[in-house]
Write a protein of this length. Structure first.
Length: 156
């Protein structure tokens, strides 16, 4: 792996309890993550989970389990990454895990990622984390406001 390259797919969930991450995007792993989140909140209160539109998040088993277990699946609109709160976590992740790194393989990168998430969950209000999240939110907002269209021609 070269410096700055990040090819491992990562599914992350941010909650009041912290950030969960898994390097495999599949329906089985999505369901396991949802069960883990439900177990962290055993009082039976309704849980709202914001997900992107990955097909692994929308399976019938996942929807049925969620309905039975008071887990509301909230899907972001297509091409609306700015609407997903997890996106603000990727800036700090790039800053503290990936930037300037040269991990020899995906296993080493995954270990570093998991170590960062443990630290981040224990230090969620750390000034460096908060600053990196603010920078990422600003970057996402600036991308959202870009308009991609053909230039208008002015009459002569």
């Amino acid at each position: 792996m070269g410096s700055g390259s990040f090819t491992a797919a990562t599914a992350s969930v941010t909650t009041n309890f912290g950030v969960w991450s898994d390097v495999r995007k599949s329906a089985t792993n999505t369901l396991a993550a949802l069960k883990s989140i439900r177990a962290a909140r055993p009082d039976g209160a309704r849980i709202y989970v914001i997900l992107d539109n990955l097909s692994a998040h929308k399976g019938t088993k996942i929807r049925a389990w969620a309905a039975r277990n008071k887990v509301e699946l909230c899907f972001t609109p297509t091409y609306a990454s700015w609407a997903n709160p997890i996106e603000a976590q990727f800036g700090p992740l790039r800053t503290f895990v990936i930037a300037g790194s040269d991990h020899p393989n995906h296993t080493a990168l995954t270990r570093k990622l998991q170590a960062y998430l443990r630290w981040r969950n224990a230090n969620a209000r750390h000034p460096d984390v908060m600053a990196a999240q603010r920078r990422e939110r600003a970057r996402i907002r600036s991308e959202r406001q870009q308009v991609w269209r053909q230039p208008t021609t002015r009459a002569a």
